[in-house]
Design a protein around this ligand. Sequence first.
Ligand SMILES: [Zn+2]
Length: 269
Amino acid sequence: MPELPDVETYKRYFDRTALHKTVAGVRVGDERILRGISAQSIRRKLKGRRLDSTRRHGKHLLVGLDENGWLTFHFGMTGRFRYFKDADQDPKYDRLRLDFDNGHHLAFECKRMLGRVGMADDADGFIKQRRLGPDALQLDQERFRELMSGRRGSIKAALMDQTLIAGIGNIYSDEMLFLAKINPKLSVNALGDRRLSSLYRAMRKVLQTAIKEGAGSEEFSERLPRSYLLHSRKEGATCPRCGGRIRSTKAAGRTAYYCPDCQGDDRAG
Ligand SMILES: [Zn+2]
């Protein structure tokens, strides 16, 4: 499921291909991908518009138009873009296609239909309306500590709560907890200042490394350092740090992977 680093990769792809182009036509492949807008309205609002800017907030991508506000994308499980020239390259699960005046096309592909596309008058208003917390990479350490203080529940749940911090999901929350050597089930209020600081640094490091190595691209898993847990997300796999056994547990309603030898049990300490 695309998280902040993957969406950043998609943003960069969009910037390289579609940004500054003018929309000559719109084809809605499946209206169920749209949220809060009909196929007819989105076609009307996009046609003739120039795609002027992009902005990522958490797992959302917002595209600023020269008029009519913003086009918004959430990638769900399987959302991604494909830019192509010839109609026969149109991907099978193309749900929304923008046709540009240079004859090229951008498809929003989404096999499992859990992504969504919409329109918003204003980017800040959209973020507020979705009650999204600050973007994980825009957050300074002081604010991170403030957000965590007084929280109940597990640290994994807090990291994944989009209203608290936007952008982190199941995979990257495990990865940053692994790097910071913190058990995913540990209660937030059991973490002292020292461990919160180390988690903050791990959060930035993991997100920046994943972006740098092209999260969401096909070469990503070869490029990501071998020390990352991502290569060993399997019960009984070998811990890339200590050689111990990776275990799974339920945390925040999801399956979390962790190394009991590196990350300890879920008690404070
Ligand atoms: Zn280990």
